[in-house]
Design a protein around this ligand. Sequence first.
Ligand SMILES: CC(C)(COP(=O)(O)OP(=O)(O)OC[C@H]1O[C@@H](n2cnc3c(N)ncnc32)[C@H](O)[C@@H]1OP(=O)(O)O)[C@@H](O)C(=O)NCCC(=O)NCCS
Length: 183
Amino acid sequence: MLRIISDNIILRPLQKADLENRVRWFNDPQVRQTLVVSEHFELEKTVRWFERLQSDQSRTEFAIETPDGVVIGVTGLLGIEKEHGLAECYCVIGNKDYWGRKLGTGVHSVLIQWAFEKLGLYKIRADIRTNNSAIFRVVEKLGFKIEGTLRQEKVVDGRKIDLYRIGLLRDEFTPTHKTFKIE
Ligand SMILES: CC(C)(COP(=O)(O)OP(=O)(O)OC[C@H]1O[C@@H](n2cnc3c(N)ncnc32)[C@H](O)[C@@H]1OP(=O)(O)O)[C@@H](O)C(=O)NCCC(=O)NCCS
């Protein structure tokens, strides 16, 4: 199994056994507060999604583990367009005990290095909520730039919300991690 090992986190492919945690995290009101999700997540539906994922070349999903084996969240690349060298990234640290320990920064840093080096992509983008100060700080450190404001782009909990479209080109990337090992 692929393992991307960094200073304080390990990324490995998402497994069926992770889905229960994934559902719980995505339904946690505090975690959702900064996410662009409206629906209530259900295990059965998520299992079907996971099965479809196995033949989906446009996304790659990882579980985030600490070096001592605690699974703390999920991350990945979506909408991979090989012909354009482009993908969208996301990261959710669902275990809130691990917020604010620089792990979110570490996850993005290593995921993006993998995307540029191993997948050969040229650009990573994301649409982030304007209320998400933590993610804003994370991506700023890595070199992302705001490319625009998507006004009233989505409806979350019955309210129209704005998003920032952010993007990072390969030659703008400033990794924050030291170790990068693939097993
Ligand atoms: C957003 C998230 C990935 C950040 O991960 P993290 O490990 O908590 O963040 P880090 O510790 O790496 O760094 C966060 C930075 O934002 C700052 N920060 C954290 N919370 C903040 C807040 N509420 N307001 C302002 N800044 C904040 C930290 O001080 C740190 O900046 P610094 O390095 O200059 O000190 C994580 O909190 C999370 O998964 N949240 C829920 C889901 C989500 O919003 N995901 C992102 C959408 S793609």
